[in-house]
Structure formats: structure tokens, C-alpha cells
Design a binder for this molecule. Structure first.
Ligand SMILES: NC(=O)c1ccc[n+]([C@@H]2O[C@H](COP(=O)([O-])OP(=O)(O)OC[C@H]3O[C@@H](n4cnc5c(N)ncnc54)[C@H](OP(=O)(O)O)[C@@H]3O)[C@@H](O)[C@H]2O)c1
Length: 304
């Protein structure tokens, strides 16, 4: 049986991937899933030792330093996990003739483009987090092994901490929510990512892991954070009586400008990513963002 080494299983994408791979590929792939205790990405020697012990055919690396604002004051740690570690994983994968699927972000772009970004567009991160993720992409490219770098955006799901969970919590506590309305992108569910990546594992491996490169992988469509929050509240209301969820306190979701919600890290105003390359190369498509949200909402527990 072929072996996958999966990192970051306590994270949103790692957790969803562990479930989806077990559901769909258990007959072909053994998945060795690691959290930070089993595989500490701040320790290059430790990474090398663990990868050699497991000897995978494919490494999937959703683990990352994802605290975008905190990264502005924790540059070294962000770079150790997001830039150095992916390069070490790539070197070790190359040694084993294995492939690497790695995740990156819309934050490698500065957001000044007026339409959806394509993979060949100029990158220009405006935050330490974005720069550290870009450095990770470059470290992988330099090793020159079979790889897919999947740039995704605005990740949320029923597991872990994310915008969806925060909005539901705040909507239970407050009558008014003020949400940024001048940043556009595609909210992308961890479940949709996991389903698409599981398809990619099969298709890419069948093609002898050619077609290395960067691909955008996001739910289709676009919305602002304000629009996303409004839809979360609307879908909650549609489900609350059926599911017996507690009533929300919120009466209004109000649009505000980024300037009214200052954060330590700058964020791109335009995070729209075209997925045409992923679709044309591998025939993989992801559902529209509000449909993906609906699927996640249907799985939310009352306690969420
Ligand atoms: N979240 C987003 O909105 C977003 C947007 C665009 C791109 N992405 C990218 O998508 C990928 C998946 O993101 P996600 O939302 O699933 O992230 P997440 O929920 O924050 O999970 C990150 C994972 O990385 C692990 N990790 C952190 N430091 C580590 C270390 N030193 N050693 C080993 N593991 C470590 C975490 O472990 P602990 O639980 O122990 O901390 C956690 O399992 C990442 O590459 C991220 O950069 C995310």
C-alpha cells in the first residue's frame, strides 16, 4: 500500500483531509497523520528524522503558522514553519522520490488587481504571513521535486476556529455586527478543500505526478466578508428551528470599511482567485461558496 504523510491534523484542512482520505482512499493509501507533537515543523532535524522513519510516497502539508496578525511580531517563528519547514519537507520527499502537496494563500498577492488573480500574476505580499508563505512556495520550487502548491483563501469549517464560528458566536451575543465590506474573495470550506485534494491525489498520482506548479483551489464565486457574514446569519435563521439551535441576538449586520477595523497585518482588498488552471489541468472543480457554506452549516452541532 502507498503511504501519505499528512501534517497539521489538528488544523481545519488537516482534520478534514484525514477524514476524507480515510473515507475515499483507504483501500489504496495508508495515511500517517501527524500533529505538532509527532512532527514539529520548527525543528528541521526532527522533520528529517520523522520523514525518513515514515518513508511516505506523498507528503501533504496543510500545517502552517496561520496567525496573520501575530506574525507581524513573530516573524522568525512564521518563517520557520511557513518558509523553512516546507523546504525541508521538499528535500526529504525528493530523497524518497515522493511528491509534495503544499498549501499556500491568497495573501501572496497585494490585492490591487481589478479582476481575479491567475497563477502567473505578479506576487507581492503585504504582510509577514503572506511573505513567509511565498518563501515556502519558493523553497519547494527550488528543490525541483514533483509538487502541487495549492493557494486557497478564507478557510472555514465546522471544526476549529474560523470566521463562521466567530460570526455565530458574536451573533448570539450582540445586536449589531460591523463587518468589513471592501475586501472580496471566496470563502472556502475545509470540507470542499479536502474533497478536491482527495481527487487530486488520485489524478495527479495516476499522471506520474507531472504538472508540478502553483494552482488556485477555492470555492467558486466571490463575496465580501460583510456578505459572507450576512449569509451565515441568513442560513442560521433558515436552520435554527429545524435544528433546535438557540435564537440569535443579532438584529443588523452592518458594512464597514477596512479603515474602520485596523489590524496589525494589512490584507489584500482583492483576494479573488481564478481556478481555471486547476479545472483545465485536473478536471477538479469546487462548488459555489454559498452551497459549500450550506453543507458546513448542515453539519454544525448545537454547541457550535
Ligand atoms: N485559514 C485560512 O483562512 C487560510 C487561508 C488561506 C490559506 N490557508 C492555508 O491553508 C493551510 C491550512 O490552513 P488551516 O486553516 O487548516 O490552518 P489551521 O486550522 O490554523 O491549522 C494549522 C495547523 O498547523 C499546525 N502547526 C502550527 N505550528 C506547527 C508546528 N510548529 N509544527 C507542526 N504543526 C504546526 C497546527 O497545530 P496546532 O493545532 O497544534 O497549533 C494546526 O494543526 C495553511 O497552509 C494555510 O496557510 C489558510
Amino acid at each position: 500500500m502507498k503511504k501519505i504523510l499528512l501534517t497539521g491534523v489538528s488544523g481545519q484542512v488537516g482534520h478534514a483531509l484525514q477524514q476524507q482520505l480515510a473515507l475515499e482512499l483507504a483501500n489504496e493509501w495508508q495515511v500517517v497523520a501527524c500533529d505538532r507533537h509527532q512532527l514539529d515543523l520548527t525543528q528541521p532535524d526532527h522533520i528529517r528524522r520523522i520523514v525518513r522513519e515514515i518513508a511516505p510516497d506523498l507528503i501533504i502539508n496543510p500545517a502552517a503558522y496561520t496567525a496573520v496578525d501575530k506574525a507581524e511580531s513573530e516573524r522568525e517563528l512564521a518563517y520557520a514553519i511557513n518558509a523553512v519547514a516546507p523546504g525541508v519537507l521538499a528535500e526529504e520527499a525528493a530523497r524518497l522520490n515522493a511528491g509534495l502537496i503544499h498549501f499556500s494563500t491568497d495573501y501572496v498577492y497585494d490585492g490591487t488587481k481589478h479582476s481575479a488573480y491567475v497563477e502567473s500574476d505578479t506576487v507581492n505580499p503585504v504582510s509577514i504571513y503572506g511573505a513567509s508563505k511565498l518563501a515556502g512556495e519558493e523553497a519547494i520550487r527550488q528543490v525541483g521535486l514533483p509538487h502541487l502548491v495549492l493557494r486557497t483563501s478564507w478557510v472555514y469549517g465546522s471544526y476549529g476556529k474560523n470566521f463562521l464560528k466567530t460570526i455565530i458566536r458574536l451573533a448570539k451575543e450582540r445586536e449589531n455586527l460591523r463587518i468589513v465590506a471592501d475586501q472580496y474573495g471566496a470563502p472556502t470550506s475545509d470540507a470542499a478543500i479536502a474533497k478536491a485534494v482527495t481527487e487530486l491525489v488520485t489524478r495527479w498520482h495516476q499522471e506520474d505526478m507531472t504538472q508540478s506548479g502553483v494552482y488556485h483551489l477555492v470555492n467558486s464565486g466571490e463575496i465580501s466578508w460583510f456578505g459572507f457574514a450576512s449569509e451565515i446569519v441568513a442560513q442560521y435563521h433558515a436552520l435554527e428551528s429545524v435544528r433546535g439551535w438557540p435564537a440569535l441576538a443579532v438584529k443588523a449586520v452592518q458594512p464597514i470599511a477596512t479603515a474602520e477595523y485596523p489590524t496589525p497585518a494589512k490584507r489584500p482588498a482583492n483576494s479573488r482567485l481564478s481556478t481555471a488552471k486547476l479545472e483545465q489541468t485536473f478536471g477538479v472543480t469546487l462548488p459555489e461558496w454559498s452551497i459549500a457554506l450550506n453543507q458546513v452549516m448542515a453539519e454544525l452541532a448545537v454547541a457550535d
